[in-house]
Write a protein that binds this ligand. Sequence first.
Ligand SMILES: Nc1nc2c(c(=O)[nH]1)N[C@H]1C(S)=C(S)[C@@H](COP(=O)(O)OP(=O)(O)OC[C@H]3O[C@@H](n4cnc5c(=O)[nH]c(N)nc54)[C@H](O)[C@@H]3O)O[C@H]1N2
Ligand SMILES: Nc1nc2c(c(=O)[nH]1)N[C@H]1C(S)=C(S)[C@@H](COP(=O)(O)OP(=O)(O)OC[C@H]3O[C@@H](n4cnc5c(=O)[nH]c(N)nc54)[C@H](O)[C@@H]3O)O[C@H]1N2
Ligand code: SF4
Ligand SMILES: [Mo]
Length: 858
Amino acid sequence: MLDFIAKANQLNISRRNFIKASTAAVASLSLVGCGNTLTTTSVNQTAGQEGNWITAACWHNCGSRCLNKAFVVDGVVVRQKTDDTHPDSPDFPQQRGCLRGRSQRQQVFGADRLKYPMRRKNWAPGGGKKELRGQDEWVRITWEEAFDAIAGEMKRIKGQYGNRAFFADGGPASKTLALYGGYVSNWGTTSRGTWHGTNGPVGIGPSAVEGINDRLDMRNCETVIMFSQNPAWSCAGSAAYNFLQVKKAGAEFIAVDPFYNDTYALLEANWIPTRPSTDTALLIGLAHTLIKEDDPVTNPLIDWEFLKNNTIGFDADSMPEGSDPKDNFKDYVLGTYDGIPKSAEWASEICGVEPDRICSLARAMNKNKKVAILFGWASARTQNADSLPQMVMTIGAITGHMGKSGHMCGVSCHTGSSNGGPSLVNPGGNGLPSVKNPVDDSMNHTEMWKGIVDGKYNFTGNMEWLKGQMRDIDIHMIYHDTSARLQTADAMTKGIEAHRKVDLVVSHAQFLTTNAKYSDFVLPVTTEWEKIGGLLTGNREILIRYSQITDPLYECHDDDWIAVELAKRLGVDTSKAFSLDAKQQLFNQIAGSTVILPDGKTKAPLVTITEADIAEWKVKGKPQQGQITLKEFEEKGLYQVERKPGDNYGFIPYKAFRNDPAKNPLKTTSGKMEIYSQALIDRINNMGYSQIKAIPTHIPPVEGYEATFKDWKAKVKGDYPYQVINPHYLRRSHTVFDNVQWLRETWINPVFINAKDAKEKGINDGDTVLLTSQHGKTLRTAYVTERFIPGVLGLPHGSWVDMDEKTGIDTGGADNILCGPISTGQGASGWNSCVVNVEKYSGAPLIPDVKKPQRIIF
Ligand SMILES: Nc1nc2c(c(=O)[nH]1)N[C@H]1C(S)=C(S)[C@@H](COP(=O)(O)OP(=O)(O)OC[C@H]3O[C@@H](n4cnc5c(=O)[nH]c(N)nc54)[C@H](O)[C@@H]3O)O[C@H]1N2
Ligand SMILES: Nc1nc2c(c(=O)[nH]1)N[C@H]1C(S)=C(S)[C@@H](COP(=O)(O)OP(=O)(O)OC[C@H]3O[C@@H](n4cnc5c(=O)[nH]c(N)nc54)[C@H](O)[C@@H]3O)O[C@H]1N2
Ligand code: SF4
Ligand SMILES: [Mo]
């Protein structure tokens, strides 16, 4: 190791150059053992250095996937670059990385990497001083000591309370737990919100990301209406670039969002500011305008043919058998039976968009224009939004923007942003068998921490939408072996309470993340740069093959090794579960990779493998003929399907269904799109969290706009008069990268506040402000802007909690400190429905995140 440090120090390093130009030739900074000192020496790195460009993993859940290459000199990473495997063009774009990926070496080699197994100082069997979790000191221990202590406690817990006392995340160590008799798992709708449970029964999307046409067809659109998406931040690869091509081809863009974000600015979108958690109401208001103004002869807005042939439940004539014809959508919208027309005025009171703008938006959607109606998932990560995907489908069906070139309505988000359709190139499986967990208990994210604290929860299966059943639960151990659950799930304040309640908390971690901080034992794990390599998927056109960059650092091991070693101490046989070594697993993935050939139909092996390759790899396998050799795939690091207009890779969902629904039924009860869906209400209402109707209706979220008032009718604001949303932020991929100093310097992670609100509250740009919800308090620096609608704050998602134990105030800006344990509908995490108060903070102002000490333990 010392050799490595000396070598690294010999290489010249500059931080400033990186900030100036992200591709600058600079060496790694906070190298292993170098402490947290950032040298400012700046010397040209490129001249005369001999090394290798190796494809490096960028493996985070950032909604994108880019080619990342590391220049390795004598075992040290001195530079990074991105895709230059082929010339860039709009049809065949390079897979270029963002600043996070280009800072990856700062993370992997960061001074704050966890180096050794460690135990909380005041831990003792049974938990010791449990209240000190999150604030205790750390003691370095050996792997032997760690395994003996953990296994010892696990045996005791199992003996005393049984396997239902174990709670785990579902990573490799959870396999060991399953083989040891099982554990309580957890589930949540995370990314997609209600696009998980609603889309299937009602019939939108073969799957949530496949609901729109492919990127080349989108260039045929005249109008693109974007709701709740920000690919410039949250899909940093080519998605914004793809949208730019649509703009260049002549489309106009409209953005319906509380935040005029960088994507909308790039596309010069016409902004319709709207309140969070109110999209269903707005869409119902649009439907009202369309129904009122449509005239098949003089003003054709509605696609009556599509409604008649392809949907049920729109009007009394199209209701399914056994239902009350009065419960149809059209009569609900018109207020025929309840006396409340769901007009633009009605919607406006809820969503904040002026009635005339609602009407003009409705007209812009008319059936005779080529329109894309695109939704990100953010608006469905709200409470009581179970009808939203159904309402999106309904508006698409009314206007007929489905199943035709240049017309689309559905989800554009994450790796499917701007480009719908099934993947054209796919990785194979690793060949490892799955392990069944004998315990069926699974707790929904919205209530799991509360469940652990209170000892009871609502069992509905593991994303199985079963009939709700209250169960007692008595958790004694929390085991984190994947994800950043304490930081990223709802209700972190309750989460901390839960972590301080149980007897034992264990985390596998690369850094002192929130999970690790609140643990008793922390086991240091390797990053992907220290493993033998792997495959990564992203948008539908690419597959990335990354390689090992460095040997495992310090005493780090991978999760599989930990799982097997722990199992040995527990007397569990893991030979079947971990039956293949890492190399064989990687080989299986590569050999099993497939690609769709240029005919657009045939699926063929991707990689050519020879007898000599198999002998060289020392693995079991068969030779095969593919499109790229094993060696070339490794050297290039990327296989990208080349696209051009008129090729056979285009995708238009619902085309066959539109043309002949009888022959091409959807997988719904009726085979049609269900604007009235019995299957949906059976699913949601049985779970027992809350009740919805078979047609889409607006149900005020528990903590939505309506909840900012203590008297809604008189419009008197309550104690929490502001809504807060959590944009996914450029500094991080969720919680990942939050500890990288370069990125902290580049993005300050403020709270965004509208200038009018700021003025009313006497808040100036740069002031430290306190955000208070019913569930917790957090501090941030105010960023005063006109780009957020008044009444709505933007607190970036994923910042690491930093609790001041004296005041009970988080100084880290953690979003989930503000969000509470609120379960509605299908158990969707409703992060974008949260109400708060904001005020200028009277205590000491915050120091910038970049100036905070890094969490370096040893
Ligand atoms: N308030 C609020 N909360 C949200 C959201 C929001 O908008 N608002 N968004 C939600 C969404 S969409 C999502 S997808 C979730 C994401 O929630 P998570 O999946 O929990 O978030 P990540 O930060 O990606 O967590 C990955 C963790 O794995 C660790 N890690 C990386 N590699 C390894 C490894 O090899 N082994 C082990 N053991 N660990 C490793 C990383 O250090 C990191 O701690 O967050 C959700 N939470
Ligand atoms: N940099 C970065 N990129 C990421 C991630 C990350 O953590 N960091 N996470 C990745 C993951 S796992 C996911 S799931 C995706 C999430 O991707 P998205 O769901 O698209 O992400 P967000 O940034 O939360 O929100 C996008 C837009 O929705 C708006 N919005 C929020 N609530 C509402 C609402 O109720 N109605 C309307 N109309 N608009 C609303 C926000 O103002 C924002 O402009 O991002 C992925 N990409
Ligand atoms: S967008 Fe994601 S995959 Fe691409 S470089 Fe950034 S962090 Fe890495
Ligand atoms: Mo996500």
